[in-house]
Ligand binder design. Structure first.
Ligand code: PHE
Length: 455
């Protein structure tokens, strides 16, 4: 079979809007709703936001564009992509292998949080978790996460439903679904923001989100902002390379990436605007950690007119956001198994799901059977989150930037970025290349050292 024939047989995104929806679907996820608001709250509000913005523009966006460009050039999974584009015998493909590992680590805890979200959609519908007493909503949440059976079963429900969508393929599964879900997500989010902003102490919530507190901006907070930017844009582990390999030949990569970044930021801010004014109005603690979503939100909604319906909306919205991201996380190992180990898609999926049921159970059981088990003082759930977001993704980012900036070179990068000469974006290519060659790797490296307490 010639290379061209192979290319025509490969699944991929079929329309420009489909590319945008799927890529945005990967970026928008639990990160926006579960991580972003509480991390912003805990790390100084607007000052954290500022650092997050800079990390996104100077580091994450160029790396995202680099990943997509590499993937589209090689039209393959991250391992094969780096083998194909690197000089022979240089082990750059290890970035892809580390990405596969990161994908399992992230999915292990991510799928459990999605499991709680799915469970809460059902609980919100039945009204069982609604109470204005925080002690009651807290007890309800703990009874869910401390029950090994419920934790595992909901995780399997999540894994099986994602597997079902991926079985349909890239254009008929991922693309078709995210094209419908993304507009719906924005609609629901705007609705919730309108409700939240109409509440009495909305101003206090907004001040919390937008007033800076530079005192809280420690090295660890800066590393958190960088890790969050990577996690949010799904970069540093080959997800965007994988999706890049499905991009259309005529897709304008930088403009798509900028739109995804901007829309993703919009969703994060809107999520903050939907959450904090309501939280303040009812006198709750804003920086309540991950429990903000599952403990505080139900207590807040119980005090708003039509609260139960709005709570259903909130958890459906979160489930929608999480779905696109989970699909993209799973697609990485599935495509690697398909292309590097020559497995049919069905088998690659089955194997990925079986492994995830195993590694995921380590996180699903952290609050029950494995509750006493810690490494470096962290339970497995938090350890997987820390190692992937704060170590593997930024390190992956350094190597991807170095690969493009030092190995692949400006000529190849510019050529691919301009759709083989179709687009006039030479200046943009130069700026991006400069960032990738000098700025991004150095910044990531320094932030990692500082955040890990090296100086
Ligand atoms: N970007 C997703 C979110 O914000 C998470 C994710 C990370 C998805 C890495 C893919 C890869 O929730």
């Amino acid at each position: 079979m010639t290379q061209d024939q192979q290319h025509t047989k490969r699944d991929g995104f079929s329309s420009a809007f489909g590319v945008l929806a799927a890529t945005l679907g990967s970026a928008v996820g639990l990160g926006n709703i579960w991580k972003f608001p509480y991390l912003t709250g805990a790390n100084g509000g607007a000052s954290f936001l500022l650092v997050y913005l800079m990390a996104t523009l100077l580091v994450a966006l160029p790396v995202m564009i680099a990943e997509i460009t590499l993937g589209r050039k090689a039209r393959a999974n991250p391992i094969t992509t780096l083998i194909a584009l690197a000089p022979s015998h240089q082990p750059w493909w290890l970035i892809g292998a580390a990405g596969m590992m990161a994908s399992f680590l992230i999915l292990s805890f991510y799928s459990e949080v999605v499991a709680w979200v799915f469970a809460y959609v059902v609980k919100a519908l039945s009204g069982s978790v609604l109470s204005s007493d925080r002690a009651v909503t807290e007890a309800a949440f703990h009874s869910l996460i401390a029950d090994p059976v419920q934790s595992l079963v909901w995780q399997w429900v999540v894994l099986a439903s994602m597997g079902g969508i991926l079985l349909l393929g890239v254009s008929k599964g991922i693309e078709a679904l995210t094209k419908k879900l993304m507009p719906l997500l924005f609609l629901l989010l705007v609705l919730l923001c309108a409700v939240s902003l109409s509440l009495e102490k909305a101003g206090e919530g907004l001040a919390f989100l937008f007033n800076p507190d530079f005192g809280k901006l420690t090295g660890a907070a800066v590393l958190t902002a960088l890790g969050l930017a990577f996690f949010k844009l799904s970069i540093g582990m080959g997800t965007m390379m994988t999706y890049g390999s499905y991009f259309r030949e005529d897709q304008n990569i930088p403009s798509t990436a900028v739109r995804v970044m901007a829309a993703d930021l919009c969703v994060s801010l809107l999520a903050g605007i939907a959450i904090f004014p309501a939280v303040f109005t009812f006198g709750f603690e804003p920086a309540a950690g991950p429990a903000l979503v599952f403990i505080t939100i139900p207590a807040v909604f119980s005090q708003i007119p039509m609260g139960q319906a709005l709570m259903v909306v909130f958890f459906v919205l979160t489930a929608i956001a999480a779905t696109g991201a989970t699909l993209s996380l799973m697609e990485v190992p599935v495509l690697i198994l398909q292309e590097c180990f020559f497995l049919p898609r069905r088998r690659a999926l089955a194997l990925t799901l079986a492994m995830l049921a195993l590694t995921g159970s380590l996180c699903a059981l952290t609050n029950s059977t494995l509750s006493g088990f810690t490494i470096f003082g962290l339970n497995l759930f938090d350890l997987f989150d820390f190692v992937s977001s704060n170590l593997i993704l930024p390190a992956g980012g350094i190597f991807i930037a170095l690969f493009v900036g030092r190995v692949w070179g400006f000529g190849h990068f510019r050529q691919a970025l301009s759709n083989e000469g179709q687009l006039r974006n030479e200046t943009m290519a130069r700026v991006l290349f400069f960032l990738l060659r000098y700025v991004s790797p150095l910044l990531i490296f320094l932030v990692m050292l500082k955040g890990l307490g090296a100086f």
